[in-house]
Design a protein around this ligand. Structure first.
Ligand code: NMX
Ligand code: MLT
Length: 433
C-alpha cells in the first residue's frame, strides 16, 4: 500500500528526531499549570503533541503547515471540480506532503477496494430503536466492526511494538473506506423510509457519499468533499481527537478509539453544535416568519443568552478570530446560493452575534466557529434533517483522529495517564505560595 511505504520511509528519521529531543532536552519546560487551568478544562495547558495540524488562535488551522485556501488550491481535484479528493487530503495528513494526482487516486482506489460494508453492520443499525440519535447509530456501527480489527488480532499473536502502526493503518483504511456508505445508510434508513441508493464504484469517496445520500444537485459532491476536508482535524486537544488519542493510548484499536471520539463529538458544546446551530437559525426564521431585521435578530440572540443558553456556532476554546473553516464554507455559499434564505440568515447572524457576545462580555471569543454555517449549506441542498449533521462531522473527523493515532503508534507514544490532586492539596499549595 502506497501510504504504508511512504510512512515506513519516514520512520527512522522521525523516531531518531523524537528520541534525540527527549534524551537531550527532556527536562526543558514548555509551560506551567495553574489552579484555574486545573479547574478550567486545562485550557492552554501544553501537554500534547501532533505534527498533523496546528490551530493558531488568530489564524486558525493549518494542516501539515498549509492553510485552508492553500489546500483548496494545491490538493488534486476531480476534473471540473472545486473541492479536492479526500484521498489526497488523507495522504497529506499521513505523509505530510501534497500528493500528486496519482498518489491521491491511489488512496481513493485503496478505499474502493475496502469499501464493502458487511451485512452485520446494517443489521446492527437496523436493530437499534427507531428514535436512537443518528450519531449513536454511527458510533455503534464503528464499534461493532471492532471484531474485524487486524491490530487486535496481531497484538494477541505477539506483534512487536515498532510494528503497531502498521495494523493501525490497515484498520483505519478499512474503517474509513466503509464510512460513506454507513453514514448514507443511516440517513436513508432514518429519514427516507429505508430506500437505499447503491454505492457507485465509479465515484470518488466524497462524491460517492453525496450520491448515496440521494441529493440530486451535483454541486453537493463538491460541498461534501469540502466539508470532509474542513472538519477532518483540529489539532489534538479538542474532545473528539483527545478522546480517540486517550483510548488508543491503552492500545485499544481504531474501532474502539474512534467510536469513543464519536461519543465525545456528540456533545452540544462540540460536534453537536452544528445540529444545534441549524435548530437555532430555524427558530429565528419561524419566530419572524422569514429572515428578520437586524434588530429582531439582536433581540432573539439576547433572549437566548438571558435564558442561560449558549449561541451555538459562536465562541471557541482556542480560536480568537473568525474560524477559517467558517470562511471557506461562507465563500462556498456566497458563490453558489447567495440568495438562499437560511444562508442569508446565517450571514446576518455573523453580522450581529459577535457584537451581542462582546456586549455581554463573557465569551472569550465572540466569533463564529466551523458549526455556525455548515448546516445552512446542507439545508440548501435539501439535507434538512439536522440531527444527522454530526454524523457527517464524524465521518470527516475519523480521517484526522486515525491519522493521529497511526503516528502515535509509529512514534511509540505510551499510555496516557495524567496526575490528579485533591482540592485539599491544591489549597495547601495555595496557602504556601
Ligand atoms: N454563547 C453564550 N455564551 C458563551 C458562548 C456562546 N456562544 N461561548 C462562550 N460563552 C460563555 C461560556 O459558556 C462561559 O460562560 P460561564 O463563565 O458562565 O461558564 C464564558 O462564555 C467563557 O467561556 P469561554 O472561555 O469563552 O469558552 P470555553 O473555552 O469555555 O468554551 C465553547 C468554548 C466552544 C464550548 C463555547 O464558546 C460555546 O459553548 N460555544 C457554543 C457551542 C459551540 O459552538 N460549540 C462548537 C465548538 C466547535 N466544535 O465544533 O467543537
Ligand atoms: C473542533 O473542530 O474540534 C472544534 O473546533 C473544537 C476545538 O478545536 O476545540
Amino acid at each position: 500500500m502506497l501510504l504504508k511505504e511512504k510512512i515506513q520511509a519516514q520512520l527512522p528519521e522521525w523516531r531518531e528526531r523524537v528520541r534525540k529531543l527527549v534524551k537531550e532536552h527532556g527536562d526543558i519546560k514548555v509551560g506551567e499549570v495553574n489552579i484555574s487551568q486545573i479547574y478550567g478544562g486545562m485550557r492552554d495547558v501544553r501537554g500534547l503533541v501532533t505534527d498533523i495540524s496546528y490551530v493558531d488562535p488568530n489564524e486558525g488551522i493549518r494542516f501539515r503547515g498549509y492553510t485552508i485556501p492553500e489546500l483548496l488550491e494545491k490538493l488534486p481535484k476531480p476534473e471540473g471540480s472545486e473541492s479536492p479528493y479526500v484521498g489526497g487530503l488523507y495522504y497529506l495528513l499521513l505523509v505530510g506532503s501534497i500528493p500528486t494526482l496519482e498518489e491521491a487516486l491511489a488512496v481513493e482506489e485503496e478505499w474502493k477496494a475496502r469499501s464493502e460494508v458487511p451485512q452485520y453492520v446494517f443489521d446492527v443499525i437496523r436493530a437499534l430503536p427507531e428514535d436512537v440519535h443518528p450519531v449513536t447509530m454511527f458510533s455503534t456501527a464503528v464499534l461493532v466492526m471492532q471484531r474485524e480489527s487486524v491490530f487486535a488480532s496481531r497484538y494477541h499473536e505477539g506483534m512487536k511494538k515498532d510494528e503497531y502502526w502498521d495494523p493501525m493503518l490497515e484498520d483505519s483504511m478499512t474503517l474509513i473506506a466503509r464510512l460513506p456508505e454507513i453514514a448514507a445508510f443511516i440517513y436513508r434508513l432514518k429519514y427516507k423510509g429505508g430506500e437505499l441508493i447503491p454505492s457507485n464504484p465509479e465515484l470518488d469517496w466524497g462524491s460517492n457519499f453525496a450520491h448515496m445520500m440521494g441529493v440530486p444537485d451535483l454541486m453537493y459532491r463538491d460541498l461534501s468533499r469540502l466539508y470532509f476536508l474542513l472538519h477532518s482535524d483540529h489539532e489534538s486537544g479538542n474532545v473528539s481527537a483527545h478522546a480517540t488519542h486517550l483510548v488508543a493510548s491503552s492500545l485499544s484499536d481504531i474501532y474502539y478509539s474512534a467510536s469513543a471520539g464519536m461519543n465525545g463529538l456528540a456533545g452540544p458544546l462540540h460536534g453537536l453544535a452544528n445540529q444545534e446551530c441549524l435548530g437555532w437559525l430555524l427558530g429565528v426564521y419561524d419566530q419572524y416568519h422569514g429572515v428578520p431585521s437586524k434588530d429582531e435578530l439582536k433581540s432573539y440572540a439576547w433572549d437566548t443568552l438571558k435564558s442561560g443558553q449558549v449561541i451555538p456556532g459562536y465562541g471557541h476554546a482556542v480560536l480568537r478570530k473568525t474560524d477559517p473553516r467558517f470562511t471557506a464554507q461562507y465563500e462556498f455559499g456566497l458563490k453558489h446560493f447567495p440568495e438562499d434564505d437560511i444562508f442569508k440568515l446565517a450571514t446576518m447572524v455573523y453580522d450581529v452575534v459577535p457584537g451581542v457576545l462582546t456586549e455581554q462580555g463573557k465569551a472569550k471569543s465572540p466569533w463564529p466557529n466551523v458549526d455556525a454555517i455548515s448546516g445552512a449549506l446542507q439545508y440548501h441542498y435539501g439535507v434538512t434533517e439536522f440531527d444527522f449533521y454530526t454524523v457527517m462531522f464524524g465521518v470527516s473527523r475519523i480521517l484526522g483522529v486515525s491519522a493521529n493515532v497511526i503516528w502515535d503508534r509509529a512514534l511509540g507514544q505510551p499510555i496516557e495517564r495524567a496526575k490528579s490532586l485533591t482540592t485539599a492539596m491544591l489549597e495547601e499549595i495555595a496557602a504556601k505560595a
